[in-house]
Design a protein around this ligand. Structure first.
Ligand SMILES: Cc1ncc(COP(=O)(O)O)c(C=O)c1O
Length: 366
């Protein structure tokens, strides 16, 4: 465990994750819940949150993006089903995946043949989910190919098809397109059933669909963002916090940060905080975002640097070295939301939390 002295940290409230998962589980039931913990649980820390969900039976299994992420969960002691949502390449990674009992996604005939080979080589049955292309345009087999993949896999005896799924491209923005995707998914599922496919787990819904579109839930929903509380009606779990490490007063006309990117138009009290773009606090926040100190909003002054930012604490009477600063989250009655930061940066909340870098320790609190 690396030694941590710097006060910058991401604080994750387990009670928020727990109640979000509970709510998703109840909403989706009788459909199962796959907790999507890829990209280190959107920056929240995959091993810890997966352990919480497994211990408290809050999810049926976990979704990850790669075999490496799946192996990390196994190394953390996770025994629940883990579905690798990405396409596997190089094909040798099927061997690693099957050995660790990871469920693999098959989106092409080539991959289907490779997973059969790998399972035969290992002498161990693999379980896969077929990924159907319905309009996301990322990975997925079109219907004729998906049917062929099903036939080859089920005839092989080496691989069992545990499910079929698709991914919705605009569940939150385009109901008609979403309905078309779901319609196409349903038709393909019926054709598979007509070929004798039984007991396949069918899944299509992400958080937004799981919450708002009951018809999308099928046998399982795959939720990430709502579990982290970054969807309407859920509790945000992550706060990014630090402390003032340096404080000064400046005269009118003083410049702050690289490129003289801020000029004081009056005497000011300015705090320096040990967080910057090296921590995932985007340079786009320069002169635009606020941080919370002493319960007040304080504007970030000048360019965000790699390791430090400066903030205007003129109005914060007792600001001092050691005072807490909240870059994302609540302090007193004020809150900086991921949506606010995403708006400033022209991005989405997913990116704001996922980009919090590895050097920021994750601290878990109840
Ligand atoms: C295949 C797949 N399923 C489910 C999800 C979860 O989506 P959300 O975080 O919107 O719930 C993702 C996330 O991008 C995904 O790629």
């Amino acid at each position: 465990m690396a030694i941590t002295l710097r006060p910058t940290r991401a604080e994750i409230r387990l009670s928020a994750v727990r109640s979000n998962l509970q709510k998703l589980k109840e909403t989706a039931a009788p459909a199962r819940l796959l907790f999507v913990v890829k990209a280190n649980a959107y920056g929240h820390g995959a091993p810890e949150l997966a352990r919480l969900a497994e211990r408290e039976k809050l999810a049926w299994g976990f979704g990850v993006s790669s075999v490496e992420e799946g192996l990390a969960l196994r190394a953390a002691g996770i025994i629940s089903p883990v579905l690798v949502l990405g396409s596997l390449y190089p094909f040798e990674s099927f061997v690693e995946a099957i050995s660790a009992d990871l469920l693999v996604t098959i989106a092409s005939l080539d991959a289907a043949r490779q997973v059969i080979d790998a399972a035969r080589k290992l002498g161990k049955k693999a379980v896969c989910h077929i990924k159907l292309e319905t309009g996301m345009g990322r990975i997925g087999a079109r219907k004729p190919s998906a049917l062929k993949i099903y036939d080859e896999l089920s005839a092989s005896g080496a691989v069992s098809v545990g499910g079929m799924y698709t991914h919705l491209a605009s569940a939150d923005t385009d109901p008609r397109y979403t309905a078309e995707q779901l319609g196409f998914f349903g038709e393909t599922a019926e054709e598979l059933a007509a070929r004798g496919a039984r007991g396949l787990l069918l899944h299509a819904a992400n958080s937004c669909a799981a919450v708002n579109l009951p018809e999308s839930r099928r046998d399982m929903v795959r939720c990430g963002i709502a579990a982290y509380g970054l969807a309407a009606g859920f509790e945000p779990a992550l706060s990014l916090k630090t402390s003032i490490v340096f404080i000064k007063t400046v005269r009118e006309g003083a410049y702050i940060s690289y490129d003289k990117s801020f000029r004081a138009d009056r005497p000011m009290k300015i705090a320096t905080l040990p967080a910057g773009y090296g921590d995932g606090y985007l340079r786009r926040f320069s002169n635009r975002a606020d941080v919370l100190i002493g319960g007040l909003r304080c504007r970030v002054l000048g360019n965000v640097t790699m390791d430090m930012i400066m903030a205007d604490v003129t109005a914060v009477r007792d600001a001092a070295v050691g005072s807490e600063a909240v870059l994302l989250g609540r302090q007193g009655s004020e809150e900086i939301t991921a949506a606010e930061l995403a708006g400033i940066a022209g991005t989405i909340t997913y990116e704001i939390v996922t980009l919090i870098s590895a050097r920021v320790p994750r601290v878990y609190v109840e």
